[in-house]
Design a protein around this ligand. Structure first.
Ligand code: HEC
Length: 388
């Protein structure tokens, strides 16, 4: 029970930190686009904007740093805390129990230890590759760097989907993008800003290339935000994360997320990029089309009796999915799903088919050693109408 509350608490912490990070991030992108020219010129001030809150006007000036204020707010811990709590959760769910939750669908024999290695290593390596790409190629040929980044992203989505069960695959794409975002903030944006401020305060001309690099990373973060949220949200919908073409679905949803952000950013600047609606509508139609349930052709093989299926469920599923689970890890039925009552087996038939037959992600990590022949019996029973 205590471990369940730990999950609960860290999830809540992660959510709150994430809201604070994304909130300030969206707010600053909006703020940056909202400045008006000053009514009377003032040294070092490039624009001003007025806002209303709680019955007061708030006036913000965009200044070049000329004197160091007594207190300067950096907004840097929101990002760090979101990442730290996210990694902690990743560890709790996927690295704990020896990486059991990462097992099950890899096309080759993968040990639990190497699965954890791939999980951690892929996060580190993808940041390194992204960073080098945008450090050396980005400044000279941004279009090439962007194209390479997108190809790499799609291949990472595809690889995670091949190696890990759907839910783990989705969350790893989110963790990879989130790691890039937070490393952008702490290793590129903040240090470059510090250097520019120091130069400006010392009366020197700041290195504008550093400023441009920091701005570019901020812009990346801004476009990555919604795709990251999509990976987190999709993990509550098994028809998305356990779909056979989950990699294509996630890639298409990332297009939707980035284009929605583009619409928001351009609309805030009163230059709404309506063209972005094109890829949004196309990608959404594509994922909806992919997830329309295909009509399963009637199965005319000899009828399978429910008793036969029930015996399999008792042997392979009840250790977790019953009102009195015997599993050493899952002490309460996962997601509240139990197969004690025949009626609930009947009602859950489509979800059972998805997890057991199509995706193969149940039994969890195939902990109870369900055989392909047993999966076939379950499939036939469901396709014959799941009759009790
Ligand atoms: C070792 C424990 C374990 C065993 C054994 C197991 N499951 Fe699960 N099951 C889980 C966990 C954990 C979840 C929730 C996480 C997830 O959805 O991946 C789950 C979720 C599910 C869901 C999704 C419910 C929903 O909310 O959509 C279905 C369906 C399911 N299991 C079916 C089965 C079937 C059928 C078997 C036996 C063939 C089985 N499971 C065996 C642990 C187990």
């Amino acid at each position: 029970m205590l471990d369940q509350w730990l999950h609960y608490a860290i999830r809540l912490f992660h959510l709150i930190a994430g809201i604070m990070w994304i909130g300030t991030s969206f707010y600053f992108v909006w703020l940056d686009g909202s400045f008006q020219a000053l009514s009377e010129k003032k040294e070092g001030v490039e624009g001003e904007t007025y806002m209303v809150h709680g019955g007061f006007f708030y006036r913000v000036e965009k200044q070049r740093p000329l004197v160091m204020p007594k207190i300067l707010h950096w907004f840097k811990y929101e990002a760090l805390l979101t990442w730290v709590s996210g990694i902690f959760l990743l560890g709790l769910v996927y690295w704990a129990r020896g990486g059991l939750a990462l097992m099950g669908v890899a096309p080759f024999r993968m040990t639990q230890l190497s699965a954890i290695g791939i999980s951690i290593g892929s996060l580190v390596v993808s940041w390194a590759v992204y960073d080098l790409l945008w450090k050396f190629v980005g400044p000279r040929a941004p279009k090439v760097a962007l194209a390479v980044s997108l190809v790499l992203l799609v291949s990472m989505i595809h690889s995670y989907a091949k190696l890990f069960p759907g839910r783990a695959a989705f969350i790893h794409v989110g963790a990879m993008l989130g790691t890039i975002m937070v490393a952008n903030v702490w290793m590129r944006i903040l240090p470059n800003q510090r250097r520019m401020i120091a130069a400006s305060l010392a009366g020197q001309e700041p290195d504008w290339a550093k400023g441009a690099a920091a701005k570019q990373r901020s812009l990346h973060n801004s476009y990555i935000t919604i795709p990251v949220l999509i990976t987190m949200l999709s993990n509550h919908f098994s028809f998305v994360f356990d779909h056979q073409r989950k990699d294509l679905i996630l890639a298409a949803l990332c297009v939707v997320g980035a284009c929605v952000r583009h619409l928001m950013i351009t609309a805030e600047k009163k230059q709404t990029a309506y063209w972005a609606l094109g890829p949004i509508v196309l990608s959404l139609s594509y994922v909806v089309f992919l997830t329309i349930p295909t009509t399963i052709p009637p199965d005319h093989t000899p009828p399978v009796a429910f008793a036969e299926v029930n015996a399999i469920l008792v042997q392979r599923c009840h250790s977790c999915h019953s009102s009195t689970p015997t599993d050493d890890v899952f002490r309460a039925p996962p997601n509240g799903v139990t197969f004690d009552a025949p009626d609930s087996v009947h009602a859950l038939a489509p979800r059972i088919r998805l997890r057991v037959v199509e995706a193969g992600t149940m039994p969890f990590a195939n902990k109870t050693n369900m055989t392909p022949a047993e999966r076939e019996i379950v499939r036939r029973w469901i396709d014959q109408g799941a009759r009790l």
